[in-house]
Design a protein around this ligand. Structure first.
Ligand SMILES: [Zn+2]
Ligand SMILES: [Zn+2]
Length: 103
């Protein structure tokens, strides 16, 4: 919703411009596509992984105990009772070694 900078009344889009029906002020329509653009950027931020089974998991900077690589994907595993911190299962993005860590 846009408001007239001159009189503060509601402005209505008409023929590519915003027009104030109260005082007659008009302005060009802008920010028309800003919403769609930001949605597109979000989609491109999705991390692409090498494996097929890990490409939906988030990455973290965790050092692999096997090969020393510093990036791993992880998932949370709620093991025993619900009041315990979930176990994090890491999978090295390089050698696919899997290990677990406790918070
Ligand atoms: Zn106005
Ligand atoms: Zn590794």
């Amino acid at each position: 919703m846009e408001f007239c900078p001159k009189c503060g009344a509601m402005m209505f889009p008409s023929g590519g411009i915003l027009k104030c029906n109260t005082c007659g002020y008009s302005d060009e329509l802008e920010d028309n596509n800003s919403y769609e653009v930001s949605e597109e950027i979000k989609a491109k931020e999705t991390v692409k992984m090498v494996g097929e089974d890990v490409d939906v998991l988030p990455t973290t900077t965790e050092t692999c105990p096997e090969c020393g690589h510093d990036k791993a994907v992880y998932k949370l595993l709620q093991t025993r009772s619900a009041d315990e911190a979930p176990t994090r299962i890491f999978t090295c993005t390089k050698c696919k070694h899997t290990w677990r860590a406790y918070d």
